[in-house]
Design a protein around this ligand. Sequence first.
Ligand SMILES: NC(=O)c1ccc[n+]([C@@H]2O[C@H](COP(=O)([O-])OP(=O)(O)OC[C@H]3O[C@@H](n4cnc5c(N)ncnc54)[C@H](OP(=O)(O)O)[C@@H]3O)[C@@H](O)[C@H]2O)c1
Length: 300
Amino acid sequence: MSKLGIAVVGGGTGFIGTHLCKALKSKGYSVTIISRMPGPQRMTWNELNDNGLPEGTTTVINLAGQNVLDMKQRWNAGFKQNVFNSRVNTTASLAKAITDSDHKPAVFLTISGVGIYKPDKVKIYDESCAGEEYDFLSSLCHKWEDAAKLPDSDTRQVTIRSGVVLGKNGGMIKQLYMPFFLGLGGPVMPGDQFLPWIHIDDIVGLMLFAIKNNKVDGTMNGVAPHSVTNKQFTDAFAKAMGRPALIPVPKMVLNVLLSQERANMLTQGQRVLPKKATNLGYQFKYPDIVSACHELVKKD
Ligand SMILES: NC(=O)c1ccc[n+]([C@@H]2O[C@H](COP(=O)([O-])OP(=O)(O)OC[C@H]3O[C@@H](n4cnc5c(N)ncnc54)[C@H](OP(=O)(O)O)[C@@H]3O)[C@@H](O)[C@H]2O)c1
């Protein structure tokens, strides 16, 4: 085992998890992924529930979660239950494993969403603002964050409220790349709704910062410091690709395709600032959307 011990990463097979696990290994952690699928350097959620955390665990992270915007899945009660369980139950399992462990890990890091802040075109949210329960997804964020809380523990607990994560090979950019490449891109209407975002290198950077820095405690917003609207993002991405983006996506179409409750994630937005990260000295690699979009379209 390495000097830094074992980092246990729920959902480490996903888009953010893959990047984070690579970064953790390069820093010198041994990494064990918790996945629904068994495999080398992995454990399943049932194994976690039966056996607890591996000996030597210093860091516990949860990034598990059924993809909410999976277009193949209808937004019905069964799917919503999967969306809920895959976040809240997995987080609760890890919290219980920490509570039950004889040697407490130093850090428990979980993720949540900026959807905990009610969409607004004027308000500016930082970590001092209370989240509200105004729909299914905001209630989910509350339960997700509550599940991560550890009663009287020696383990430092951090929850990063992430904006949309922009990276070449996953998340929103993976879905947008082809339509934009074909010149079929455009803003999601009305276009002036905020789109809280963060580059994949920065969400991973913030997670490593939170793991290392004892001053990071409780909730921290995971968004870039320069807020943009959906239209400003669309323009920057299209310009970086050298393609037009003139075909707006009407709200009605998304409401029909995704159902309104889910479509609201795209047609509404909130302006969120990373006050805690900035105050604690985190340096963003991609603070503005133009530099982020240039990296996203750059050939490797
Ligand atoms: N990407 C973003 O823009 C963004 C923004 C804000 C918050 N988040 C949150 O950050 C987390 C990671 O995001 P991501 O983009 O990396 O997600 P992702 O690529 O969709 O992967 C997350 C992982 O969750 C596990 N998973 C999926 N469905 C599950 C289910 N029904 N039960 C248990 N585990 C399940 C999968 O691991 P196995 O198949 O190995 O089990 C998967 O690799 C998610 O909770 C997401 O809500 C993401």
